[in-house]
Design a protein around this ligand. Structure first.
Ligand code: ZN
Length: 233
């Protein structure tokens, strides 16, 4: 019996060790073409302002604004969304990860703006961690690059916690440098933030439903609005 007990103990130890070893690198479910929910994460918030410049709003405000616009556009395209924050509140990174991983069939998109001591640095960058996230990262970066005069900072891997601990495809978009005169002034322009949200929404919707679908759904929405007065009269 003692021998059996020690054997059970060893088996238990091996099992718990195996379970621990998966904590650092969670298994990622590749839902990049089948997802029904988009978890939107506006970077920073509350006491954490993110990148901050004397002129114009801090990163936490412009990131939230882009995420809210993106939220509206995705919902108009019949995509379910969950936001990690919808106001100026501080959400710890682990809480963001919990919200992200609570969704069974999702992708995660985090919105940020960048900062550099080198004022000349500008452009879009998109980050990912798991291989399952690469297509979405690439697609978002490509759509952002269709904005005139944009600069390509590239698609890169990164160890950011919200990416590393995600069990679904997860990307983090840096929508330009607040420290750069050109990118910073654009970020302060609400029409430009609408354009950013539009391009990111297009990438997400096309990733799920195929190319051309995003524009089509927008036209459908416009047509149905135009038809409403006729049905009323
Ligand atoms: Zn940030």
């Amino acid at each position: 019996m003692p021998r059996l007990l020690s054997r059970i103990a060893i088996l238990g130890f091996v099992a718990s060790f195996a379970a621990c070893s998966t904590v650092g690198t969670p298994r990622v479910k590749n839902t990049s073409k089948s997802f029904n929910t988009v978890v939107l994460d506006a970077g920073h918030g509350g006491k954490d302002s993110g990148a901050y410049r004397r002129y114009g709003p801090p990163e936490k405000m412009v990131a939230l604004d882009v995420a809210q616009r993106l939220n509206r556009k995705l919902r108009e395209s019949q995509v379910k969304t969950v936001m990690t924050r919808d106001s100026d509140v501080f959400i710890p990174l682990n809480d963001r990860v919990a919200i992200e991983n609570a969704q069974k069939n999702a992708v995660f998109v985090s919105i940020h703006f960048n900062d550099s001591r080198r004022r000349g640095v500008r452009g879009f960058e998109t980050y990912y961690h798991s291989g399952a996230s690469f297509d979405l990262a690439n697609s978002i970066q490509a759509k952002l690059m269709s904005i005139p005069n944009s600069r390509n900072g590239g698609v890169h891997t990164a160890n950011f916690r919200v990416l590393r601990l995600a069990t679904c495809p997860a990307v983090l978009v840096e929508c330009g440098y607040l420290s750069n005169r050109n990118d910073g002034s654009q970020a302060r322009d609400s029409e430009y933030r609408e354009l950013l949200a539009d391009r990111i929404a297009e990438a997400i919707v096309e990733q799920r439903f195929g190319s051309g679908v995003y524009r089509a759904s927008t036209q459908v929405a416009t047509q149905s609005q135009q038809q409403q007065p006729d049905t009323l009269h």
